[in-house]
Design a protein around this ligand. Structure first.
Ligand code: MSP
Length: 640
């Protein structure tokens, strides 16, 4: 049986639309989930929405909707966003799901049965945006929230309390026994300081509003939104309703969270679990916060950007790459479009794109597009192979320890090594018969390096990984490919047909581009696919191809390249077409030929002469042949 891996994101407050900051946690979780699947784990990847509490209620009221109606609409937007971002979550939980609400009640009853809940009076400070209670001595100047800096409000209510203080000592021991329980270590130390100062019991119900899970046995109270929310991690996988599933996946292997909600996950949640007798999650990782083009991201600042706008502009894989490579995981970082473009041009277009482009072009040119059979290895080949083995091992080691930047640095070192291998072996000098064997070995090694690179990129840049497989002629292997594909050098089979296509990542001209400014959250943003060589059938059907008969052809004065043709397109009438084929065809030999014409191309002027369409021709080095039909057809016949 496969080992399991259970990874979670926080569940997102549904009061506002997600932005690149909130998408960060989900994208990282997706990369981890895909990576673990790739390494042979049975993964359960959970995300969802946090729908109760004062903050969501206020947002619904502002929108003039009932809270349920408001949440139903927003939850769909979140789901759609994750779908558009190709997030591979196994489940999406909503805290308004009836099943979840029952589990919350059951969980709280168990805490109560264990004697950890008592009634008392809560008087203190509350921050609605953070849904957090604070002690007086924790507040900032002018009574502001220490987490978000906004004004807190005074709350005085009869509440139920959870005996958090009872677990103080046990938590300290856990932090000491397992130094990796909370990461990074500076976040762990912050939690340790709180534990050393001593935990106070916390209020876990509210009476001032009704939008929440009713407290069992006292429906005047609703359960505190954080208690409700944290329980999602067990309710989603069957706690109290599917024992087998729950025992399979719990405890979570990784709770991935942002730094500001560490206290809830590293102190309160473990105490709640101890109270009901459940094992604790294996790791809580609190990452840093992103700014966008140097600015704090927030709706009120008006710079919250729909992540799809970024994807539309730069491509999904470029964004995934950038987030991992440029933001040192765990630390705060800036999502800067300038840096992103720098990375796209240097790392993706130049390093990776050129390696692929040069390799497939040379295989196409010298081996009829077939991956050649390698022969005797030389020492420069062995260095490349050793480089690949070292990369695979270090890449895995870094990924296993969530050191994403370092994992990618290692992989890009190998890409550089492969590019250097081209410079050292100078394949363009090896095309003579006598050294063709050597050329075959060099090009095989390059294609094999690319296969390894694409395989390791599968969890991080799935579209690019798939595209490289396609270019290497092994597209059918991609879906199933996993870490076994890089167990040893030489798994690429000679004879596969490579496809030499347009650049993987077009370079972006930094002078011409405009920075993204705040955008409204888009319901339907057209996603970019150009970065790949794939079009849909709808895209293809936009091009109207017709059979045309050449009626007349003549040279154009002062042009060596151009011929002017009159072509009969049947029902579409006669067209004048200017084509750059004068060096390959004489006017006479064209007359009467049935050629293929793009009939709906916008007319253009060439040397001042209008061309009302374009004929199709194929080029192979210096040779050019026009496309004709195999037999006779009426002019105007449709090509599809
Ligand atoms: N609902 C709670 C979580 C409950 S989990 C049991 C919550 N929701 S949230 O929508 O406010 O935040 C969700 C996640 O988005 C958090 O991990 C938070 O750190 C992350 N981010 C929100 N803005 C962010 C940035 N600007 N940068 C990086 N992550 C940020 O808290």
């Amino acid at each position: 049986m496969k080992p399991k891996f259970y990874v979670t994101t926080p569940i997102y407050y549904i009061n506002a639309e997600p932005h690149i900051g909130s998408a960060y946690t989900t994208i990282i979780a997706d990369i981890i989930a895909r990576y673990k699947r790739f390494r042979g784990y049975d993964v359960f990847f959970l995300t969802g929405t946090d729908e109760h509490g004062q903050k969501v209620l206020n947002a619904a009221q502002e929108a003039g909707k009932s809270p349920q109606e408001f949440c139903d609409e927003l939850a769909e937007k979140f789901k759609k966003l994750w779908e558009d971002l190709e997030i591979t979550n196994d489940y999406f939980i909503r805290t308004t799901d009836e099943l979840h609400m029952k589990v919350v009640q059951r969980f709280v009853e168990k805490i109560k049965e264990n004697g950890d809940i008592y009634k008392g009076k809560y008087e203190g400070w509350y921050c609605v945006p953070c849904e957090s209670f604070w002690n007086e001595d924790e507040l900032g100047e002018n009574k502001t929230c220490p987490s978000c800096g906004r004004k807190v409000r005074w709350v005085s209510e009869e509440n139920y309390f959870f005996r958090l203080s009872k677990y103080n000592q046990r938590l300290l021991e856990i932090f000491q026994e397992n130094p990796n329980f909370v990461e990074p270590d500076f976040r762990r130390n912050e939690m340790l300081r709180i534990l050393e100062k001593g935990l106070k019991d916390i209020s876990i119900t509210r009476t001032s509003f009704k939008w929440g899970v009713p407290m069992p046995g006292d429906s005047d109270h609703v359960i505190y939104v954080w208690v409700d929310a944290l329980i999602n991690y067990v309710s989603a996988i069957g706690y109290t309703w599917d024992e087998e599933k729950f025992n399979r996946y719990w405890p979570a292997d990784l709770h991935l969270i942002g730094k500001e909600i560490n206290r809830f996950h590293s102190l309160i949640w473990p105490a709640m679990l101890m109270s009901v007798g459940l094992p604790l999650p294996k790791k809580i990782y609190a990452h840093g916060w992103l700014t966008f083009n140097g600015q704090k991201i927030s709706k009120s600042l008006g710079n919250a950007i729909d992540p799809r706008v970024l994807v539309e502009k730069y491509g999904l894989d470029a964004i995934r790459y950038y987030l991992l490579r440029e933001i040192n995981f765990g630390k705060d970082g800036d999502f800067s479009e300038d840096n992103l473009i720098g990375r796209i041009n240097a790392d993706l277009a130049n390093d990776l794109g050129n390696l692929l482009h040069r390799t497939t072009a040379m295989i196409a040119q010298n081996f009829d597009s077939k991956i050649p059979q390698p022969s005797k290895k030389e020492s420069v080949d062995n260095q490349l192979i050793l480089g690949s083995l070292e990369t695979i091992q270090k890449f895995f080691e870094n990924m296993d320890n969530l050191r994403f930047t370092q994992a990618l640095e290692q992989l890009w070192q190998f890409i550089s090594l492969s590019n250097k291998y081209i410079d050292l072996t100078e394949p363009w000098k090896l095309s003579k018969i006598a050294v063709k064997d050597r050329l075959a070995t060099v090009l095989y090694n390059l294609a094999e390096s690319l296969r390894i690179i694409a395989t390791l990129l599968k969890p991080i840049m799935p579209r690019t990984s798939k595209e490289i497989y396609l270019r290497l002629g092994i597209a059918q292997e991609w879906e199933e490919t996993n870490d076994k594909a890089v167990e040893k050098w030489g798994k690429l089979k000679p004879g596969m047909i490579v496809k030499h296509g347009k650049p993987l990542f077009p370079r972006i001209d930094i002078k011409k581009f405009e920075k993204i400014t705040a955008t409204k959250f888009k319901e339907e943003v057209k996603m970019v696919t150009e970065e790949l060589n794939i079009i849909t059938i709808e895209d293809f059907s936009k091009v109207e191809l017709r059979v045309g008969e050449v009626l007349e052809a003549e040279k154009i004065e002062k042009s060596e390249k151009l011929l002017k043709l009159k072509v009969d397109l049947g029902e579409l009438g006669e067209r004048q077409i200017v084509a750059g084929i004068a060096k390959h065809y004489s006017p006479e030999e064209l007359i009467g030929k049935l050629i293929i014409v793009v009939a709906n191309l916008k007319p253009a002027k060439l040397m001042g002469i209008e061309s009302q369409g374009m004929l199709l021709a194929a080029k192979d080095g210096g040779k050019l042949k026009i496309l004709t039909v195999d037999g006779s057809l009426k002019p105007g016949a449709k090509v599809s």
